[in-house]
Design a protein around this ligand. Structure first.
Ligand code: SD4
Length: 313
């Protein structure tokens, strides 16, 4: 089945990322190349403090990145707790293509990246270092949920030229899923993780099935928000399996959110999680716990930001 190319990605910073993905898709390129190209944008943006370069560090001041990628054949690659490399998504792709493994972590992932020609860089920007030092003054020596979101609330977004009025400007992981002109699906997910997390903490984003899942027969899904709760329900895999059973993308995302609410009702009230899905027909949808989640859509006819529906009002 030939498809009409489309790319969707989490949050309003997805607009710029989608543009880069679209450059590949509109030329008839592969969805895999599109999503890699797309998420490079927030990874390289120092103003984006939740992905790649400029990402908030862990509590010890180290920027540790998580990313994964998955293609239409079910191939996948992932890196977790990777330091010093600006584009973890491309290291994840190399793990997928050049090794018999799916996942490399920490020092091993860095060693592999350096052997494959990636440059070692300092990813801690002066701004992110300053914010971390500010946090250290009170230093609640535990991860703070979505602290990165608080600094954005109510402020105009630096990322989104298509701002939604009344939106809450929170951002975290970028998850992107796309369909190319061949009708094939791929996805990518990349993040600096929870701000001021314990050193060594890994979220959902690099975990295949949790932060991202692609099944070329059915659809693709990705997640954003507090990774621990997404891992617990293997969220993105769940969304794709629900689409297989006939759920629309939005209904599948809603059901996955409900699973989290049912399992941890008290916890669910305090956190944000959003799922975003795309099916084989090119239909997309999202659902999240709290207001404030948005996602960006681009195809030949449209470029827009859509507000995610949410459970808690
Ligand atoms: C994670 N889903 O690591 C990512 C992003 C995040 O608060 O920091 N959420 O859990």
């Amino acid at each position: 089945v030939k498809g009409k190319p489309i790319v969707v990605s989490t949050w309003d910073f997805g607009v710029a990322a989608n543009k880069a993905a679209w450059e590949v898709l509109e030329k008839g390129g592969r969805a895999l190349d599109a999503v890699e190209n797309g998420v490079h944008v927030p990874e390289a943006d120092p103003k984006n403090t939740t992905v790649g370069y400029g990402g908030a560090p862990d509590r010890d001041g180290r920027v540790t990145l998580d990313a994964c990628i998955m293609d239409e054949f079910g191939n996948c690659g992932s890196v977790a707790a990777l330091e010093h490399i600006k584009h973890p998504i491309s290291v994840a792709r190399k793990v997928m293509e050049k090794t018999p493994h799916v996942m490399l972590v920490g020092d091993g992932a860095l060693q592999f990246a350096l052997e494959n020609g990636f440059q070692k860089e300092n990813l801690l920007t002066p701004e992110s270092e300053k914010a971390w030092k500010e946090w250290l003054k009170k230093a609640e020596y535990k991860p703070v949920i979505n602290i990165e979101n608080q600094s954005y609330e109510g402020k105009p977004s630096a990322f989104n030229p298509l701002q939604l009025p009344g939106n809450v400007y929170n951002h975290d992981t970028i998850g992107m899923v796309a369909m190319d002109a061949e009708g094939n699906l791929s996805g990518a997910c990349t993040t600096s993780g929870m701000a001021y997390k314990l050193h060594g903490r890994v979220g959902d984003s690099p975990i295949i099935g949790a932060g991202l899942y692609v099944d070329n027969e059915v659809g693709a899904a990705t997640a954003t928000g507090v990774g621990e709760e997404v891992i617990r329900v293997v969220g993105s895999f769940l969304v794709v399996e629900l689409m297989r059973q006939g759920y629309s993308p939005e209904a599948a995302c809603k059901e996955a959110v409900m699973r989290i609410v049912q399992k941890k009702p008290a916890k669910a009230k305090e956190i944000q999680i959003g799922f975003l899905a795309l099916n084989k027909k090119g239909e997309h949808g999202a659902f999240c716990l709290q207001p404030g989640f948005s996602y960006a859509v681009k195809n030949a006819d449209t470029e827009k930001v859509v507000k995610g529906k949410f459970y808690f009002t």
